[in-house]
Design a protein around this ligand. Structure first.
Ligand SMILES: Cc1ncc(COP(=O)(O)O)c(C=O)c1O
Length: 357
């Protein structure tokens, strides 16, 4: 059994490492909101379960689409709902079947999986640490590409690229008629709002991806959306199966979008905890990526395989995300979630133990 391709799979993780996790283990490889879904979403799901489970959902998700459009100051025609952002990534890859796709890495592994599934020619553009987005590295490649994927805030580094940098790349891509997909699955965890949706009016090759499964902790329900120019939305939607977004997800999504206070509170708590933990980790002489979100990369000063630490943590009941399947990281980092203070303390205690061995 190999290590899981994604976080949030402690069972496969333990089997792959041939270890038994302690009873009270804590999964730091999962990167959804550690506070769980908003109360209002949970109660709506409970009360609407029978109806939503038995009836066919609205195939167009009309009410939710309107809510997403309003939240982004766009029209419903700019919105495509998906069974998680993951479905939308595969729909984008299907739309660009057989074309040449650049992926700025390290990044979420599903861009590559999806593009390869649709026989695209994938060009890896690997940014070396500290993962600055240097345009001079990317611009020469544009004439040979049809589509570029950028993950910002980035999974796994947690880095958020500035709006100016993204706009510069978008403009350069546009000059070469290259489509530009920016995955903002984690954008609502950032203190700073890097809004890109207002660029859609002038950039018909821009595609913005968002997920509701992270901030609202509804990964099991599956819900994401894509924002683009209406013609592109229609073309990408063409291959989507009917009723892709289930009724419960639609109801939950509409309610979640009303929960702006919950988002603000989450961001404040995550930011404070992230800053506290990262300062402590640096005191322990670890290197921490300059994350803006609810996870970060941890490494040693002198880059080395992190498997011994991965194993040590697991034996102490801390499941971390390995980085063997992230191009450019190659196991020299581990990704850790920012959790609630008690869990973060437990992690810090185990890392202190590691240092004191
Ligand atoms: C960067 C990024 N994009 C998209 C997704 C998929 O999200 P969803 O749960 O909405 O399918 C993930 C999931 O981990 C992710 O990390």
């Amino acid at each position: 059994m190999s290590l899981p391709n994604h976080g949030a799979n402690p069972k496969q993780f333990a089997e792959a490492l041939a270890i038994k996790l302690p009873e009270q283990s804590e999964d730091f490889s999962v990167n959804t909101n550690p506070f769980g879904p908003p109360e209002s979403v949970i109660s709506l799901l409970a009360s609407g379960l029978a109806e939503a489970a038995s009836a066919y959902p609205d195939p167009h998700g009309t009410a939710l689409k309107h809510a997403v459009a309003a939240a982004n100051d766009l029209q419903p025609e700019n919105v495509l709902l998906g069974n998680g952002a993951a479905e939308l990534i595969f729909l984008i890859a299907a739309h660009f079947r057989g074309k040449r796709v650049g992926i700025i890495e390290p990044a979420f592994s599903e861009y590559r999986e999806a593009c390869e599934a649709y026989e695209c020619e994938v060009e890896s553009i690997v940014l070396p640490a500290p993962w600055e987005l240097r345009l001079e590295r990317i611009l020469p490649l544009l004439p040979d590409l049809d589509l570029i994927f950028l993950c910002s805030p980035n999974n796994p580094t947690g880095i958020s690229y500035s709006r100016d940098t993204i706009v510069a790349l978008l403009q350069a891509a546009g000059d070469h008629k290259v489509y530009f997909a920016v995955d903002q699955a984690f954008y609502d965890f950032c203190l700073e709002d890097v809004e890109l949706q207002s660029l859609l009016a002038d950039h018909r090759r821009l595609i913005i991806l968002r997920s509701l499964t992270k901030m609202y902790a509804i990964a099991g329900l599956r819900l994401g959306y894509l924002l683009a120019e209406p013609g592109l939305v229609q073309a990408i939607a063409h291959r989507q199966p009917p009723w892709s977004v289930n009724g419960l997800a639609q109801v939950a999504g509409e309610q979640a979008l009303k929960e702006q206070r919950f988002v603000k509170q989450t961001v404040a708590m995550i930011t404070a905890e992230r800053e506290r933990i990262c300062a402590e980790l640096e005191r322990l002489a670890f290197v921490v990526s300059p994350s803006t979100v609810n996870f970060y990369l941890l490494s040693e000063q002198k880059k080395q395989d992190m498997k011994p630490l991965l194993l040590f943590l697991a034996e102490k009941g801390i499941v971390a995300r390995h980085t063997y399947n992230f191009n450019g990281l190659d196991g020299h980092y581990i990704r850790l979630a920012v959790k609630q203070p008690e869990a973060n303390e437990r992690l810090l205690a185990v890392l202190r133990e590691w240092r004191e061995r």
